[in-house]
Design a protein around this ligand. Structure first.
Ligand code: ATP
Ligand code: MG
Length: 257
């Protein structure tokens, strides 16, 4: 059965994209079929997976406004078993266009159709907002939301708004919606603040928080500019080992291995 997750946090730069693409790489490496859907007009997941967003004739934008079927926009990436539904700058206008469309919160869910049945995991990388694009991802997510949390000052600020949005989506649009996981990112072992955030998040969200903590790592921030995931860019780096550990933990949790 296909499992669909939204990677969401309206706070910018917390590691949504880095987590979605690198986790996707290790899940594919473990033999799973994975589709990353980039629903962020910034198209960072698209470029992080080596696809130039400006070179595409079609993107998830065309899918959302009903101009192209999902199957027509999916592209292969350099990694076996890892495919991408790319974003493009045009998506920036979609939120406005979608407002006038019927069942506007369900556009992505409906567009996924049977194509997603080819994959074990579908990871949707959301933009840093709680607007219609993120709501579409939350509505389409069959197995929950993954919330990356940056181990920094004010890490938990804004989570209340995210919770309320998730609750509203569960009540009105997607009764299955849960918070399936929280991932601590950009951990710096040299600062007390980082470990305080880890403790705080673990205290409040004991069940959801993954044991694997992603360290701050220059290699992780360099990889996207080479259009690579950490799996091929620096497989022995601390960041790579952390995402590999996250993928193992993920598979143990999700598949009970
Ligand atoms: P946005 O809200 O803009 O979509 P995001 O939540 O997707 O951002 P990322 O793009 O994944 O966040 O990360 C923000 C920046 O921090 C990027 O430049 C990324 O390369 C860098 N980064 C992410 N994780 C790490 C890490 N563990 N160590 C060092 N740099 C990181
Ligand atoms: Mg992002």
């Amino acid at each position: 059965m296909t499992r669909i997750y939204a990677f969401a946090n309206q706070k910018g730069g917390v590691g949504k994209t880095t987590t979605a693409v690198n986790l996707a790489a290790y899940l594919a490496d473990a033999g799973r079929g994975v589709l990353v859907i980039d629903i962020d007009p910034q198209a960072n997941a698209t470029s992080s997976l080596g696809i130039d967003p400006t070179s595409l004739s079609h993107s998830i934008y065309d899918v959302l406004i009903g101009r192209a079927p999902l199957a027509d926009v999916i592209v292969r990436t350099a990694l076996p078993r890892l495919d991408l539904a790319p974003s493009a700058p045009a998506l920036a206008g979609a939120e406005v266009e979608m407002v006038a469309m019927l069942a506007r919160e369900h556009l992505l869910r409906k567009a996924l159709g049977v194509v997603v049945n080819h994959y074990d995991y579908v990871l949707i990388d959301c933009p840093p907002s709680l607007g219609l694009l993120t709501v579409n991802a939350l509505t389409a997510a069959t197995h929950g939301v993954v919330v990356p949390i940056q181990c920094e000052y004010l890490a938990l600020e804004g989570l209340g708004r995210l919770w309320r949005t998730i609750q509203l989506v569960r009540e009105h649009l997607n009764p299955q919606l849960i918070i399936s996981g929280m991932v601590l990112t950009m951990y710096d072992p040299r600062t007390n603040l980082s470990s305080q955030v880890v403790n705080e998040v673990r205290k409040h969200f004991a069940r959801q928080t993954f044991q694997a903590v992603i360290p701050r790592s220059v290699r992780l921030s360099e990889a996207p500019s080479y259009g690579q995931t950490i799996l091929t860019y620096a497989p022995n780096s601390a960041g790579a080992q952390a995402y590999a550990a996250l993928a193992r933990e993920w598979l143990a949790r999700e598949e009970g291995q």
